[in-house]
Design a protein around this ligand. Sequence first.
Ligand code: HEM
Ligand code: HEM
Length: 465
Amino acid sequence: MSDYQYDNETVKGFIISSIFWGVVGILVGLWISIQMWAPSWNIPPYFTFGRLRVVHTNGLAFGLGIGAIFGISYYITMRLTKRPLLFPKLARFHLYLFNAAIALAALSLFAGMNQSLEYAELEWPLDIGVVILWVIFAVNIFGTIIKRKEEQMYISLWFIIATVITVAVLYIVNNLSIPAGLFKSYHLFAGVNSANVEWWYGHNVVGFIFTTPMLAMFYYFLPKSTGIPIYSHRLSIIAFWSLVFAYMWTGAHHLVYTPLPDWIQTLAIVFTIFLIAPSWGSVVNGFYTVGTDWSKMQTNYLTKFFILGITFYGLQTIQGPTQGLRVVSQLIHYTDWVPGHVHMGTMGWVTMTVAASIYYIIPRIYDTEIYSEKIANTHFYLVLTGQLIFSITMWITGIQQGALWKAVNPDGSLKYTFMETLVRNYPYWRMRTVGGMIFTIGMLFFIYNIFMTIRRGQSLAAAKA
Ligand code: HEM
Ligand code: HEM
């Protein structure tokens, strides 16, 4: 079936929306990074750190991340099932509802409506909207897969299916709450149970929004853009099943040394260490795929994005399990080490994989070539540099913070006051803003390149008509 019969309009809509919300989220990220060392950048009541931080995390996880997941999953699913979406009009409605939901979410967070559960901040009326969005997505994905024209199910479809099912379960369970008015509710679970459910959700959101859909993209677009088949299908299937099995048990590694029963923490730590194997199954598969012809790293600009992206995923999935160990957690928990970990994954793995997938898709659906490979390469080196500066400075200051907080005098009293430890972060926080700016400039190059590619595609289409 040729490309023009696929529903490309909805895919384009989601990609452009994802880029738009990504820009909002990244600019807010820059702003909050400045607030850390220049408190006067807080403008009460709407633009304080407390309100902007959640706009940053929600804007990027749900606006950029989920927008890209919806659009790119539709693109991949149609091609792997060799048929258009089962309900194209529903998909178009999905796009409009998605943008309305993200806009309302941002407004409600600016207004201070917040459930106080990390990554589940939205109040209950918006949660209902999110569930409707997800049901529409599920109906279209499952409907299209059931009616597929290609019997074989490639690994990317399995990763998409896992994303659809798991996020639904996680979101509904963690958002069970008792409304106390239109804009306020209380978590159904209390005390340590609330924390346990919240981090079961919180960790798996990372797993099923920042990992499985990205792996679906990686497994689909790496072979497509390099022309090299994936090294081992069997390995991809083993890595898939062991990853989805292990992820669910690990949330309590966010609650090490808390009142949560010790055995739950230990169980989570065991599965956390186990997670290295399935994560690295995909990393090794990616390296071995390109390993048959490493010259692709020089000749094909997309290979660099995918291979550096999976490399950061590989580093992230070694660092993450290490952080779960009690001996490491007691040093780095509550410190800036954790945002260092977070942004290696989000700025390195997630945005590189999403950007490379978009670079692959846009020229194809506009029937043209990428506007400039040179600009794409500049984008690559800028985001790489920005991300490395961000993560490395946060790791240094995180270890410094942990060590200073723990330092004691011979009589057992603390050696440093909290303020003494805090002011030592300032140089690193400033450097993080510099890293963030370099990353943002890189992303602006990306947006310009995509915009010019679309313009070129449109003028070529107009000339043909
Ligand atoms: C094997 C895979 C991984 C494991 C075992 C893991 C483990 C951990 C642990 C133990 C923490 C808690 C640190 C602390 O607060 O003491 C953490 C935090 C976090 N990780 Fe990972 N990580 C993994 C992969 C990833 C990936 C791929 C991403 C994103 C792309 C990611 C994003 C995050 C985020 C956003 C947090 C912060 C949560 C919060 O406190 O708000 N992680 N991770
Ligand atoms: C210019 C780029 C960026 C800058 C300057 C930036 C800055 C920040 C800052 C200052 C924080 C707060 C850290 C704290 O509370 O101590 C933060 C948190 C966070 N950011 Fe970003 N960010 C950027 C890009 C991104 C991207 C691209 C994503 C996702 C795709 C992302 C996801 C997150 C998440 C999940 C957290 C919460 C981390 C945690 O709770 O430990 N950020 N960011």
